[in-house]
Design a binder for this molecule. Sequence first.
Ligand code: NI
Length: 226
Amino acid sequence: MLLHIPQVLSPAEVVDCRQRLNQAQWLDGRITAGSQSAKVKHNQQLPNDDEQAVAVRKVILAALEKNDLFFSAALPKRIFPPLFNRYSEGMTFGNHVDNAMRRITDTGEWVRSDLSATLFFSDPAEYDGGELVIEDTFGLHEVKLAAGDLILYPSSSLHRVEPITRGTRLASFMWLQSMVKDVGERGLLFDLDTSIRQIRAELGDTPTAVQLTGVYHNLLRKWGEI
Ligand code: NI
């Protein structure tokens, strides 16, 4: 499942974060790449402890915490601290699958990447190329979103960032481990939750809505792990 989550960050937050990121010290992006992806990766990244990166990371995590759509779709158990990348003209990141397991440097905790997310900081009009291309069982999807918007996609999918032919593309990316490992079960829970929200909005908390909410939680209890 690919899910577009609009306006994770407000326009004011985007402006503030961009100012911070522009002041940061950018390095060669191969610092977080595995040996396969290092060969196809050509971009810039911020070191983990960069002061500006730390500040923007907090803004992103706080925004995700209050985003109901993100929670419903991802059911996040653990989020690998968001990283940042920058692509200028000629830069690209070829086809790869994200590493399955990553260790958070500060805490030593492991994160299994069930879902990957990209949060856009540049508007599509600011650059040409740079589409995030994701392959899944339904084919190829080209993603290029407004600044402040986020795309959530399975970490198991092959993906790439097309070469930039004009301008600069600034983004944050992250991986997360879901409370529900199985992509099919997670998708069913998301569909059920979405339907329940609609029923409650249209009809209120009817006995049927309450019963369905119970079904949702009992399935989450059955399939989820914390
Ligand atoms: Ni990737």
